[in-house]
Ligand binder design. Structure first.
Ligand code: SF4
Length: 346
């Protein structure tokens, strides 16, 4: 199997500037501005893993997704990104490539990093990945292209537990650790190790992962670790019989580990230079009914994507059988937070 079909049997929608699909409004792809100097860049949705705790239900074992998207047209996403940078003010911008899958599946990733790096005002380019597709050669290419940091998720060092958590028999954590060492030694890329702490499953792994990060020299410029709390999501995957930690319990445990290892584990946006910045405002009000045009199948089953006023709106409880591409529909806006627009047929 070749191309993106390696990662999914679902329909792959290729997006270009001719597709009439805006790159703001849908959580699954494009660009997200949450009112800080960080812009999330989401060029693709596919993932080679199927982690049992995945909040976005990504990968080959996904049950809720119906479509994967790839922004084939590099110029399109770069131009739209640059418009947002210009709007926000071209200084101290971080481009954070953090998809609802794994960005390493994006065939034009190195070119994308290079284009982001040469955008005036962009000072940091970071990437969130589980690293399965990383090779030494790719690390070198990303290094030369201008990548600043890799947030690498390693959830367990025990090989069998790591396979279980990733729900992927071929997952080889020892290879990922070798790549982590290689990143830590690279010229420009900083390494942050970002395990998801799933209580009852990888508690004993977390101290080992901290020791690994400190041993290999992660965190030259930014903190070496970004431990994430497992949070069950409505349409994500939830491991059986796991009770999530409360936030207070999570911070209490991090505090204990901070003292034991003398390392900062409770992080704030300011640790990464993130600050508030003016945000794009989608011109919609909650409850408003807007005329929109159907342009694509939705990311999840029983959803479609429509566009209005230059934004994508995810329309829930609707299908292309009911409302084919090109149909005009009236949509009631349900959510607008961070310009991620959700609506339903009015
Ligand atoms: S947690 Fe990340 S690597 Fe794992 S399936 Fe989800 S998107 Fe893929």
């Amino acid at each position: 199997m070749s191309g993106l079909a390696r990662y999914t049997t679902r329909k792959i929608l290729r997006i270009s500037s001719d597709s009439e699909i805006p790159l703001i409004g849908c959580i699954a792809f494009g660009l997200i501005d949450r009112g800080t100097n960080l812009i999330q860049v989401r060029p693709i949705t596919t993932c080679p893993l199927s982690c049992i705790f995945c909040s976005t239900d990504a990968g080959p074992h996904s049950r809720n997704r119906q479509t994967e998207y790839v922004i084939d047209d590099l110029d399109y996403i770069v131009e739209e990104f640059r418009k947002i940078v210009a709007f926000k003010g071209p200084k101290h911008i971080e481009a954070h490539i953090d998809t609802v899958g794994d960005p390493l599946t994006y065939p034009k990733l190195v070119d994308l990093v290079q284009e982001l790096a040469t955008t005036p005002g962009v000072e940091v380019i970071s990437l969130q990945t589980h690293g399965v597709l990383l090779t030494e050669k790719l690390v070198e290419e990303l290094d030369s292209a201008g990548l600043s940091r890799i947030n690498l998720s390693i959830d367990a060092l025990d090989p069998e537990l790591a396979k279980f958590l990733s729900n992927t028999p071929s997952y080889d954590v020892e290879k990922i650790v070798r790549i982590a060492e290689y990143i830590a030694k690279s010229t420009n890329i900083d390494l942050l190790i970002a395990p998801v702490w799933v209580p009852g499953l990888n508690d004993k792994e977390i101290p080992k992962i901290i020791e690994l990060a400190l041993k290999i020299g992660a965190g030259k410029k930014w903190p070496p670790l970004g431990i994430q709390k497992y949070i069950p999501h409505k349409r994500g995957r939830k491991p059986r019989n796991i009770k999530p930690m409360s936030w207070s319990e999570f911070y209490r445990r991090l505090q204990i580990l901070e003292k034991r290892y003398d390392v900062k584990l409770i992080l704030r946006p300011s640790d990464f230079g993130i600050h508030k910045r003016k945000s794009i405002k989608a011109p919609f009000k909650i409850g408003e009914i807007v005329r929109a045009k159907v342009v694509a199948p939705g990311w999840l089953k029983n959803e479609i994507i429509a566009t209005a006023r230059g934004f994508c709106i995810t329309v829930v409880r609707a299908s292309l059988e009911q409302f084919p591409i090109g149909t005009e529909v009236f949509v009631r806006i349900l959510k607008t937070k961070h310009n991620i627009l959700i609506g339903k047929i009015a």
